[in-house]
Design a protein around this ligand. Structure first.
Ligand SMILES: [Ca+2]
Length: 356
């Protein structure tokens, strides 16, 4: 499309120059300038794409279910794009992929933009390995390839022509992920005050409508006063679980391994302060057990993933591991979750799950 448009502009400019009474020599030199500008512009765009790729931080999969899909796809992307970096892993359900399970979603960044031809190559390479593909295209140009065996969709690859990222979600084998809890807060009334659903009230909290991470309006858990530092909790006694949620705000508190009466446990603080931190508490007594410089904007939605396996606590924000500690405390082996916020804090899409 680009050369076509340029040609049109070129002809138009030449006509204007001709009418204005330029010599043919001048006309040629103006034409050359425009062509050179076009080349410079394209080189600049390529460089920006390359820079974005080089700046992206590569992450490594940790769970078997993530590694299996990554080790399958990475060589395919490498052969088509020269290289590709895994930059994010979250867990999600993928109704658009026809996958009725809770699975990892991997995000890759590419050193160049995706073309129609790349999509054909991805489809062929995966089909070569014995998976049957179905291709879906949206009006906006996004393409979804869903791969399966024996009629069952297992995983999908999604991108858009001229995008720099590829999403891949699902699993090669049917490794089991047990979703213990999910809440997107859509079932409650606007302005409804805690308690609601499984959430018990401690300091309080409410349902508010905001612009969600997907840029659509929706209901979220909202906190806005000092008394809501520990707002709501769920008194389950879960063991070895992952807690994933989306949050933003000046002071977000996410509680985990909390006791039945929510009097002790841990919380993750993330907000306007320069550090995010893990705090262990019992009643009013608190002890910071880990802290690290915040690298993301607290005013924007981030995806938090807290992995609790044995006495290990690993915390990821937007796919990047930020805290990795061991805190062996016999009284805090199992527990529930909770949230709170002081100045303003929004929490959405809370999931508790186990990866086996
Ligand atoms: Ca919601």
């Amino acid at each position: 499309m680009r050369p076509n448009k340029t040609t049109k502009i070129l002809i138009l400019i030449l006509l204007i120059i001709l009418i204005a009474g330029c010599t043919p020599r001048e006309i040629v030199s103006v034409g050359l300038e425009i062509a050179k500008e076009q080349v410079r512009e394209e080189a600049k765009i390529r460089e920006e794409i390359r820079n974005r790729y080089q700046k992206a931080i590569e992450i490594e999969p940790e769970e078997e279910i993530e590694r299996e899909l990554h080790e399958f796809l990475r060589p395919i992307f490498n052969s088509i794009f020269g290289e590709a970096k895994l930059i994010d892993i979250t867990y999600t359900d993928l109704p658009a992929f026809g996958i009725k399970a809770f699975v990892p979603l991997l995000t890759y960044i590419l050193p160049r933009l995706v073309s129609e031809d790349d999509i054909t190559k991805i489809k062929a390479s995966i089909e070569d390995k014995g998976y049957i593909a179905k291709k879906y295209e949206s009006i906006e140009g996004s393409i979804l390839l869903v791969f399966g065996r024996n009629g069952d969709p297992l995983f999908g690859v999604s991108t858009t022509i001229n995008a720099q990222e590829i999403l891949a979600g699902g699993s090669l084998s049917k490794t089991y992920i047990e979703l213990l809890f999910f809440d997107d807060f859509e079932d409650y009334g606007l302005g409804q005050e805690a308690p609601f659903g499984y959430w018990k009230k401690k300091g309080g909290g409410r349902i508010e409508q905001v612009v969600e991470k997907n840029k659509k309006l929706g209901k979220v858990l909202s906190f806005k006063s000092l008394g809501e530092k520990f707002g709501v909790y769920i008194d389950k006694m879960w063991e070895n679980y992952f807690l994933q949620f989306e949050a933003k705000g000046e002071d977000v508190f996410a509680y985990f391994k909390v006791t039945k009466t929510a009097d002790a446990g841990y919380y993750l603080y993330s907000g306007w302060m320069s550090d995010i931190k893990v705090v262990k508490f019992s009643g009013k007594d608190e002890q910071v057990i880990a802290s690290v410089k915040r690298t993301f904007d607290y005013k924007e939605w981030s995806v938090f993933l807290i992995k609790l396996v044995g006495s290990k606590i690993s915390i990821y924000v937007n796919g990047v591991k930020m805290i990795d500690i061991v805190d062996d405390d016999p009284l805090l082996r199992v527990g529930g979750i909770g949230f709170g916020g002081e100045d303003w804090a929004y929490v959405n899409n809370v999931r508790v799950f186990k990866v086996k």
